[in-house]
Design a protein around this ligand. Sequence first.
Ligand code: FAD
Length: 488
Amino acid sequence: MSKQSNSAHSNVLIIGGGPTGLATALMLAKRGWTKITVLEKSSSAEYHEPDKSFNYLIDGRGQKLTDFLGLSESLANLGVPNTAFYITRIQPNGKRKTSKLSIVNANRKTAYWIPRRVFVQLLYEEIERHWKDYITVLFDTRCTEINRVSTQENCQMLEVVVQQSQHTVEKFEPFFLIGCDGIQSTVRKTLKQWDGTDRFEPKRFPSPSSGLKYKVLSLRPQFPLNHHQDPAVSTMAYAIRSAGRDRTRFLTLGLLPIKDDAASRPVNIINQPDHQIWSLKTGEQVLQFLEQDFPQLPIRQILSIDEADRFAKSEGGVFPSPQFCSGLHCLLKQRASETMFAGIVLLGDAIHCFPPDIGQGVNAALEDVVVLNDALCQAQNDLTQALPQYEELRALDVVAVVRLAQTAAPYQYNQSRWQARLWFIQFFLRLGISRLLPVVSPPAFFLLQNQQLSYREIWDQEQRGSQVFRVLSIALISGLLVTALINF
Ligand SMILES: Cc1cc2nc3c(=O)[nH]c(=O)nc-3n(C[C@H](O)[C@H](O)[C@H](O)COP(=O)(O)OP(=O)(O)OC[C@H]3O[C@@H](n4cnc5c(N)ncnc54)[C@H](O)[C@@H]3O)c2cc1C
């Protein structure tokens, strides 16, 4: 890991080899940039973190980037299209009902369900196949520290300290540093320390789904759905309901579609922190709990004791509060004589993060990469212009997507039955009214499917639509009250 020269359009260091980091590396290589290094703390692109084995739905917004990279066809081959989204609900008595999810807008670009691991691998294989001379991905390598090293005449160089496999410590001196290192971004935290203002401080908003706990359970491929051994279909979504009705006992096993029918089937378990499932300490306790509450499933055939044990011991995760930071870049003067600056930029979960209610985490991240590409293009790769331009183009959308995540579909996880019912009533009323009166826009959840609308435009429409909806609701309720009083 040698110090590299600061020639134009080279010597780029990307922290984080998740979807955003690998996509950014590919975008830069395609623009002609060289000497791009990606640091990823996981051991490989195939590295499988069981509690991160959730599915992405890559929609038209995310596909702006896969189109640019020429990867949309591979995405379609590896994913399950949402145009064929069927969900089967299975009750504790074994009754099943399959329905086609009609809220998907058939006029929009087809979106694809794809496991995170498969999508990351798709990007990594593209690097290995076509861009090996331009991009180096270093696994098992963690960025531990970022320093500004002062040189002559008030100039500064970037020094990035990295640790490989617990042992060796090395240093990089990039002239372009890119933070794609997720919600706990080391790059963002460093910028916060340097800046001294609140530009890089995440601003957090409340949401009914933040604070929920989640773990992922892996069922064996094509597991039997009942005691007659009917196999599950990998491309079908399932919602399997438990017999326990108590709030701290009721559970839905949620399974999203995957293409590969030989792959194990991840089940998202999402619930309040006081749910009884989180208190189970051993695999045997997990098996007994599920056997008791899911009499419709042959639990011991579909779940191994090892996996049940792993589940019991896993820490799991907690849905974050919707959050964003307003600062997306920073420039450091590198040489006094020339107008040479080192640039630092943030993308993906490092700048916006929220619970998965609206399925926009990865799509927003891939759109960040598209916007950075646009800014580099307009500024002809000059970082001093491109990075402020990226921040200007993207900052308002970043705020808007976080506000949408806060409000667009927060009650999907059996949090509070009454609040959820009220929310769904207003959701369907609003949908109905929007069909009768075009002045009221449909709920934002539908608008999000339209990749031609920016998050900002969707948020504006959502606010205007909500205002009109409120006025109409008040007028309607007042009318009903007056009529009732007159008739009384
Ligand atoms: C339970 C759950 C369900 C979700 N479901 C969906 C969904 O259905 N749809 C959707 O669109 N989004 C979903 N998301 C959000 C989605 O995962 C993120 O928005 C998306 O992964 C962002 O990608 P990223 O590359 O910016 O960050 P990440 O995916 O977090 O990747 C960051 C990478 O950086 C690496 N890294 C971090 N720090 C360092 C360091 N110091 N040195 C080296 N490497 C480092 C990490 O190992 C990781 O690989 C979900 C999130 C959660 C938690």
